[in-house]
Write a protein that binds this ligand. Sequence first.
Ligand SMILES: [Zn+2]
Length: 140
Amino acid sequence: MIIDIISKILGILAIVCLVLRLIIYPILCLIIRHANTETQKCKKCKGTMIDRASHLYLIPVMFDDKYEESAEYYINNFQRIEDISQIPNGRRACYLYLFQCQNCGHKNISIVGFLKVRDKEILKGGDIYEYEKFREFLEG
Ligand SMILES: [Zn+2]
């Protein structure tokens, strides 16, 4: 009798888990993806920001060592490389993405820091900066 009830409860739990896995999880993924694209709206006109260019740089930082994450730091320390195979073991690297608004042409810079571990890129944070701060660096 008790075993019957327990097995019924377990059965219901299994169904609930399945429902969560099949329905809630995809919805959560959609919400997260939506939130990500939301951050790529132009802050001046809310137009869509599109990826215009990307570059890869080394920074003089090893593993999880702390450093000052600022535009000035990046500009003074960035060392351009062509692809991730050029990253020495344990060295931190950053992608720099140039985004531009489709509507008004407003630009910004997104820096994504990572550590390469056995050919995987482990995200180590990043931020968005005014294009003006990088103008000389990128155009000069
Ligand atoms: Zn815009």
